[in-house]
Ligand binder design. Structure first.
Ligand SMILES: [Zn+2]
Length: 333
């Protein structure tokens, strides 16, 4: 697979932010902290060595597809000079993740495996903000109890479109009501599904169930619910902009698509959101799963967005999340 941006090595995106961080943080010996970054979209997963594949960022620059009866498209690509290395064990992933978070001053919202989440929280209490999804068969009462005990501060990732369901499906309603009552922000996956998701692993996946307009009824029913649209409804920019225009409390994150789709496409989408006036409602996120270097790769995409001012970048990396989650910025300095 030949990436469109073959003249730009991914490494330049990796190295540049490091240089910027070094330049802004001064001499190594006095080690002032880097400016804080909040990543609202990290997955706490048990590493399965059989699936821990290296990955080339922006691999969706080519989606050749396949034909029925032939091998399906591959989910990710390793066909580049320097793929990002997948962690091969839970210990390796945790150690590299925490080291990077400390060095780059990243605090992250993480959802997924409860055991991993507890381990991470114990290892770095100030860096990890646990988030809870709706696991299969979890009753509304059990969900409320989990949120009330104080460990979880966020609801997500909710991804009904992988089940072919709309976020407005009545089966989700009581869970949203709990989040609304407790003032818990909710992250809902809408949009991207990679290359052939319905053929690969999620036959129930429906692209149409990621349409931003499907949130309108949820928002009308739960006017005090704080929702952010994970993956920014990519590629449905017009509906996303219309929804955000009509609903002042809706934010978006940039996770997933900022390191998987072609760079030109990513910047077109991000630029359009900012140009339409929503620069204060974009949250930084990665969708990190198993590649620790992905944090720097993704930061580099924003750092290299020459159409954004330094203030706009700081909004995306930090200020917007502080406002959305209603956190105290001093706690992140
Ligand atoms: Zn997602």
């Amino acid at each position: 697979m030949k990436p469109i941006f073959s003249h730009l090595s991914w490494k330049s995106f990796l190295v540049l932010p490091i240089l910027i961080f070094q330049a802004t943080t001064g001499m190594a010996q006095d080690k002032p902290k880097a400016k804080p970054i909040i990543d609202v979209h990290v997955h706490a997963m048990k590493v399965n060595p059989a699936f821990a594949s290296d990955m080339c960022p922006w691999f969706l620059s080519s989606m050749p597809g396949s034909i029925p009866g032939q091998p399906g498209p591959s989910f990710i690509s390793t066909d580049c000079a320097h793929p990002l290395k997948a962690a091969k064990s839970d210990e390796e992933f945790q150690q590299k993740l925490m080291e990077t978070a400390e060095r780059l001053n990243i605090t992250f919202v993480a959802s997924g495996d409860a055991e991993i989440l507890h381990r991470w929280k114990k290892a770095a209490p100030d860096r990890v903000i646990p988030s809870i999804g709706i696991s299969q068969g979890m009753s509304v009462q059990a969900f409320e109890d989990s949120l009330s005990n104080g460990f979880y501060q966020v609801m997500g990732e909710i991804a009904p479109q992988y089940q072919g369901m709309s976020p407005a499906d009545p089966s989700l309603d009581e869970y949203f009501a709990v989040a609304e009552k407790l003032g818990i922000p909710v992250g809902i996956h809408m949009g991207t599904g990679g290359n052939g998701m319905a053929n690969l692993s999620s036959p129930k996946y429906r692209a149409s169930m990621g349409r931003p307009f499907l949130l309108e009824d949820v928002l009308a029913k739960h006017p005090n619910l704080k929702i952010w649209v994970m993956h920014a409804g990519y590629p449905m920019i017009d509906e996303m902009i219309a929804l955000m225009g009509a609903n002042a409390y809706v934010y978006v994150d940039l996770a997933g698509f900022i390191w998987s789709y072609p760079l030109e496409e990513i910047h077109m989408y991000l630029r359009r959101l900012v140009q339409a006036g929503f620069g204060k409602r974009i949250l930084y996120g990665t969708d990190l799963m198993m590649w620790p270097e992905l944090l720097e790769t993704s930061i580099g995409v924003i750092e290299n967005a020459n159409y954004l001012s330094e203030d706009q970048k700081r909004d995306i990396f930090f200020n917007n999340a502080i406002r959305f989650f209603n956190w105290d910025p001093k706690k992140f300095e």
